[in-house]
Design a protein around this ligand. Structure first.
Ligand code: ADP
Ligand code: MG
Length: 460
C-alpha cells in the first residue's frame, strides 16, 4: 500500500514524501480514504500507530478548496492536553508545507493575542483543548458555525480527564452537518456510547485489539516493597542494570510522586526530567525537547502528562506504580517498542497492587513474567511500616517522608543533603543541568486553564 493509493492531493503527497514516510500505517491506510469521502470515522488503534496523520493528511486535502472567514474556523480538532495539541500543530506544519494553511492553537500557556489574531484572519484549522475553547467561545471571540470537520482525538484520555461534559457542549455548538472524526487508543463502553452520540453512520476502523500490547515489548514484573524509598532503590537497581537502556519513561500514578521521584533521581545525578500536569507550558516543552534530543535520559511522568506524546525511540518504560486503570498500562508500555523496535517494560508491584495487576492481565491477556528477588522483598514488606526512624538505606537522609507526606514536605526540596552518589557506573549519562522551574516550587494555585480540579487531587 502506498500513500498515493489513498486519494490524497498531489500537494499533500509531496509533503508526505518530503517528511520521509514511505508507507501509510494500517490506521492511515484504512481511515484516510473514508475521511476523503466525507464519511464520519471512528478510528481505534493503539498509541504510536500514526493516528494524527490519519486525520491531518486528508483534512489538508479537503480544505484545499475554500477560504476561512474571520473568527469562523473551518475545522476544529480537540485534544486533551497542550502537548498533544502542539504536536498536532507540528503535523499540520509538516504536512502543510505546500499549502497556505492558517493554523490556530488555543491552549493554555501560549500567547492569547497571537492566537486571536490568527482567528481573526480566519483559521483553516483550529486546534484546542476543551476548556480554553469554551472560555473563548463564552467571551464571544469565536464562532463555531463554520466548522466543517470536527476531530475528537484521544477520546479515552478525554474521558479520563473529565472532559466529556465539555466535549458535549462543544459538539452542540458545531453545525449538525459537520463531518466528525473520532480517535481513541482504547474503546471502553463509555467511549462507545459517546461515539454513538457524536458520529453519524460512521465507518469503524480498528487496528489490532483495542487493548493489546506490542509484541516487541519485553514485559517484566518486579516485586517491590511498599515503602517509597525502598521502592526507589529497587527502581534504581533496575535502571542501573538494564541492558540496552537508551532512554526511559518512568511512570508514577500521582503527580506528587512524580516530583518526589524526580528529585530523588536528580540528587543521585541521573540525567532526569519530569513531566506533570502542573508545569507551565515552557518548562514542559523544554523538558520534552531535552528528552527527544537525548540531553535527558530519564523522564519521570504521570499518565496525564505523557498520554499520546510523540517520543520516538524509547527503549525502556518503568512503571514505578502499577496503573490504577488497566488501559493506562497499555498506553504506558506503548511508549517503547514502537515501529518494530525492541522495548522493555518493567513494572514495580507491591502487595497492594494485586487487584490492579489482575485487571491488567485480564485486559491485555498477557501473562507477564516476574523477575528479581520476589521473596526478599516480601519479607521486607512484612516489617512494621510506620515509624521506622532510620531505614538503613542511603535514601533515609534525603527522603524521610513516606506515606504520610504533607504537601509541603512533598513540594519542598530538602536543602541539607549531599548527593548520595555511591554508585560509579550508571548507565544513563548524567547532566547537572536543571531546566526550568518544574517540580521544585509549590503547586501553583491557578493551574493551567484546562486541568479539571479532580485531577489535582491525589488518587490512591
Ligand atoms: P498516535 O496518535 O497513534 O499515538 P502519532 O500520530 O503520534 O501516533 O504517530 C506516532 C509516530 O509515528 C510519530 O513519530 C509519527 O511521526 C510516526 N508516523 C506516523 N505515520 C507514519 C508513517 N506512515 N510512517 C512512518 N512513521 C510514521
Ligand atoms: Mg494521537
Amino acid at each position: 500500500m502506498n500513500f498515493s493509493d489513498l486519494g490524497l492531493s498531489p500537494k499533500v503527497l509531496a509533503a508526505v514524501e518530503a517528511a520521509g514516510y514511505t508507507e501509510p500505517t494500517p490506521i492511515q491506510a484504512q481511515a484516510i480514504p473514508h475521511v476523503l469521502q466525507r464519511r464520519d470515522v471512528m478510528g481505534i488503534a493503539q498509541t504510536g500507530t500514526g493516528k494524527t496523520a490519519a486525520f491531518t493528511l486528508p483534512m489538508i486535502s479537503l480544505t484545499e478548496k475554500g477560504r476561512a472567514r474571520a473568527r469562523m474556523p473551518r475545522t476544529l480538532i480537540l485534544e486533551p492536553t497542550r502537548e498533544l495539541a502542539a504536536q498536532v500543530e507540528e503535523n499540520f506544519n509538516k504536512y502543510g508545507i505546500n499549502h497556505k494553511l492558517n493554523v490556530a492553537l488555543l491552549i493554555g500557556g501560549v500567547s492569547f493575542e497571537d492566537q486571536m489574531r490568527k482567528l481573526d484572519r480566519g483559521a483553516d484549522v483550529l486546534i484546542a483543548t476543551p476548556g480554553r475553547l469554551l472560555d473563548l467561545f463564552e467571551r464571544g471571540r469565536i464562532l463555531m458555525t463554520g466548522v466543517e470537520i470536527l476531530v475528537i482525538d484521544e477520546a479515552d484520555r478525554m474521558l479520563d480527564m473529565g472532559f466529556i461534559p465539555d466535549i458535549e457542549r462543544i459538539v452542540k455548538m458545531v453545525p449538525f452537518t459537520r463531518q466528525t472524526l473520532f480517535f481513541s487508543a482504547t474503546m471502553p463502553p463509555e467511549i462507545e456510547r459517546l461515539a454513538d452520540q457524536f458520529l453519524q453512520n460512521p465507518v469503524q476502523v480498528a487496528v489490532a485489539a483495542a487493548a493489546s500490547t506490542a509484541k516487541t515489548v519485553d514485559q517484566k514484573l518486579v516485586k517491590a516493597p511498599r515503602k517509597d524509598f525502598e521502592k526507589r532503590a529497587v527502581l534504581r537497581d533496575l535502571i542501573d542494570n538494564a541492558s540496552e537502556l537508551k532512554n526511559a519513561i518512568i511512570f508514577c500514578n500521582r503527580k506528587r510522586d512524580v516530583a518526589t521521584l524526580y528529585r530523588s533521581l536528580f540528587k543521585r545525578e541521573y540525567s532526569v526530567g519530569a513531566l506533570h500536569g502542573d508545569m507551565d507550558q515552557t518548562s514542559r516543552m523544554k523538558t520534552l525537547d531535552g528528552f527527544r534530543n537525548g540531553e535527558i535520559s530519564l523522564l519521570v511522568a504521570s499518565d496525564v502528562a505523557a498520554r499520546g506524546l510523540d517520543i520516538p525511540d524509547v527503549s525502556h518504560v518503568f512503571n514505578f506504580d502499577i496503573p490504577i486503570h488497566a488501559e493506562d498500562y497499555v498506553h504506558r508500555i506503548g511508549r517503547c517498542g514502537r515501529a518494530g523496535r525492541n522495548g522493555w517494560a518493567f513494572s514495580l508491584v507491591t502487595s497492594a497492587d494485586d487487584k490492579y495487576l489482575s485487571a491488567i492481565q485480564s485486559l491485555t491477556g498477557d501473562d507477564v513474567e516476574w523477575t528479581g528477588e520476589k521473596a526478599e522483598f516480601e519479607a521486607r514488606d512484612k516489617k512494621p511500616k510506620r515509624r521506622s526512624k532510620k531505614p538503613s538505606n542511603a535514601d533515609s537522609t534525603d527522603e524521610p517522608a513516606q506515606a504520610k507526606k504533607t504537601p509541603a514536605e512533598d513540594e519542598t526540596p530538602k536543602k541539607k543533603t549531599k548527593p548520595a552518589n555511591t554508585k560509579q557506573e550508571k548507565k544513563p549519562q548524567r547532566s547537572k543541568k536543571r531546566d526550568g522551574d518544574h517540580d521544585d516550587g509549590p503547586t501553583p494555585q491557578g493551574l493551567g486553564d484546562h486541568v479539571p480540579a479532580f485531577l489535582l487531587q491525589s488518587v490512591r
